[in-house]
Write a protein that binds this ligand. Structure first.
Ligand code: UD1
Length: 418
């Protein structure tokens, strides 16, 4: 198993270019199977999760080809298999995104239930409730969701909890349904807007993406086209924190500053100096940030996918920070690892109280999930001495070329095998 070794203590300086967003690329790749025409998708990051979804589509007879580093061609003219097997779904929950499109295109789908997940139970009941409302017959058999429908029919769907992939699944099913689908309490994430814009460019009729009510008028077919994935706001935020935690100065380019505004505002509150332009953010760290409180919630609030990384900064800040996680249960696994580096953090229920310490010390650590890995890397960059992070495969699911990007701004980081 690979490990990352970091010699902490260097201030990071330079420019980092942001890759395409994982969470935007996954639904768009899957949405490409809604048509038998070819789609060319630009700015698709090279990530394990993108490989997993590509593998899943290839299994169904879809041609998925990488053309250069960042373009993927999807041709689903010969799609025939409707199954998403357990061995792939269990490695990536977002595989459940194939459910809506397979059902809409082929009239049936057999998708493994994702099962337990390191950051909580994460059920898919709302995906199923939405598809049932569109007329799908759904049964659970031997750990699989088996869904069938001749042609889906539009309906009004209220989501009890804001769910990102749930909203995306219903949008993708709704675009080919007969009549109008209305999703209430829809997710407003930029990745949902990116998906809706791309589907509209393929001939879909979706209004309201980015608001809590999305309306879809079904069409009988979609065309192919050329599409571009938006920049990754979580990668953007992670590099902003890399500047803040090392007291360095990083210019982050090819990003969308608006998409990461909740973090920007918190960094300003913490005393970090920011300069923002069109498509770029420059972050200038201080000797020590001031502690501030955060509470995660669906977009446009503070993203749960930045909570672990922000906690790394707060563990070294001046004062006490209260971090409340409202999106996922059990998303504090990084706490035990940060404590092993000397952080002073107490957890009660969904709240972590972080008392900033003067320094962290490098230690052997274990990554537990994608964003926790990023948090440990940030802590390692700021810590005194050597940090060795095991199970680093988690980071490859969602951060393109993380070591190369960090090396380029002066980090002492390397990967070893075994
Ligand atoms: C997506 C993101 C993930 C991010 C999360 C929250 C992708 C591929 N992944 O995950 O990076 O952390 O949004 O911003 O875009 N829930 C239910 N029933 C459902 C669906 C969800 O109870 O049917 C609950 C979940 O357990 C969780 C909450 O709703 O507590 C939000 O989850 P959701 O938005 O669905 O997360 P994902 O779409 O899986």
């Amino acid at each position: 198993m690979e490990k990352i070794i970091i010699e902490g203590g260097s201030r990071l300086y330079g420019t980092v270019k942001i890759s395409g967003a994982k969470n935007a690329a996954l639904p768009v790749l899957v949405a490409s199977i809604l048509t038998d025409k070819e789609n060319r998708i630009h700015n698709v990051p090279l990530l394990k999760d993108v490989d997993t979804i590509s593998q899943l589509l290839r299994r169904s007879g879809v041609r998925v080809e990488r053309n250069g580093d960042s373009q993927i061609i999807v041709d689903a003219s010969k799609i025939d298999d409707t199954e998403a097997p357990y061995d792939l779904v269990r490695t990536m929950r977002a595989s459940v995104l194939v459910l809506g499109p397979l059902l809409a295109r082929l009239g049936k789908a057999r998708v493994s239930l994702p099962g337990g997940c390191a950051i909580g139970a994460r059920p898919i009941n709302l995906h199923l409730k939405g598809l049932e409302a569109l007329g799908a017959k759904i049964n659970l058999e031997h750990g699989y969701v088996v869904a069938e429908a001749k042609r889906l029919k539009g309906n009004r769907i209220y989501l009890d909890i804001v769910t990102v992939t749930g909203t995306e699944n219903i949008i993708m099913a709704g675009v080919l349904a007969e009549g109008r689908t209305i999703i209430e309490n829809a997710a407003k994430e930029p990745e949902v807007i990116n998906l809706a814009n791309i589907l509209n460019s393929m001939g879909a009729r979706i209004r309201g993406a980015g608001t809590g009510i999305i309306e879809i008028d079904g069409v009988s077919e979609l065309r192919g086209g050329e599409h571009t994935i938006i920049p990754d706001r979580i990668e953007t935020g992670t590099f902003m924190l890399a500047a803040a935690i090392t007291g360095g100065s990083i210019k982050i380019i090819e990003c969308v500053p608006d998409h990461i505004e909740p973090l920007t505002l918190k960094l300003v509150e913490a005393g970090i100096v920011l300069e923002i332009g069109k498509g770029w953010i420059k972050v200038q760290g201080n000797e020590r940030a001031k502690s501030v409180d955060i509470k995660t919630a669906p977009y446009p609030n503070f993203p749960t996918d930045m909570q672990a990384q922000f906690m790394a900064l707060m563990s070294l800040s001046e004062g006490i920070s209260v971090i409340t996680e409202t999106v996922f249960e059990n998303r504090f696994m990084h706490v035990a690892e940060l404590r092993r580096m000397g952080a002073d953090i107490k957890v009660e229920g969904n709240t972590a109280v972080v008392k900033g310490v003067q320094k962290l010390s490098g230690a052997p650590l274990m990554a537990t999930d994608l964003r926790a890995s990023a948090s440990l890397i940030l802590a390692g960059l700021a810590a005194e001495g050597k940090t060795v992070i095991d199970r680093i495969y988690h980071i490859d699911r969602g951060y393109e070329a993380i070591e190369e990007k960090l090396l380029g701004i002066g980090a002492k980081i390397r990967r070893i095998k075994g």
